[in-house]
Design a protein. Structure first.
Lengths: 80, 80
């Protein structure tokens, strides 16, 4: 059993209003020195078999098909 | 400038209907052998100063205060 993680983030050129809302709120909560926040998604996928290149390739295909909107989002895959 | 990542996931005992919906859809899309999916959030935080223990501790406090609902979610912090 392999655990593969897919991290999906908005591309840098895409506005992230959730992240901006967090940045603006932080000083009111007493947190200084945070200049940017980006919010994305993390998927933990359990795949039958070993955590090899085939498992990562399957996760990439799943991410492209279902987990990420590749017009506005990019993703990274790694075993964990 | 340090980049700190906060991963927020539902605790294992909390039902994750989004993850379950993904698992159920995958065979219809031709993806076999995926036994579980959990969906969570990933925050990329840019903090002034070095990526040291103080930056990680600040990110932990931000996560506890604002990013995670610690009743139902757990989080992990790491520099990147």
């Amino acid at each position: 059993m392999a655990r593969v993680v897919v991290d999906v983030m908005l591309k840098p050129e895409i506005l992230d209003p959730q992240g901006q809302a967090i940045v603006r709120k932080l000083p009111q909560l007493g947190f200084e020195g945070v200049t940017a926040v980006r919010q994305g998604k993390r998927f933990e996928i359990e795949v039958d078999g070993p955590a090899d290149e085939a498992a990562l390739e399957k996760a990439r295909k799943i991410a492209e098909t279902l987990l990420a909107n590749t017009v506005i989002e990019s993703f990274e895959v790694h075993a964990e």
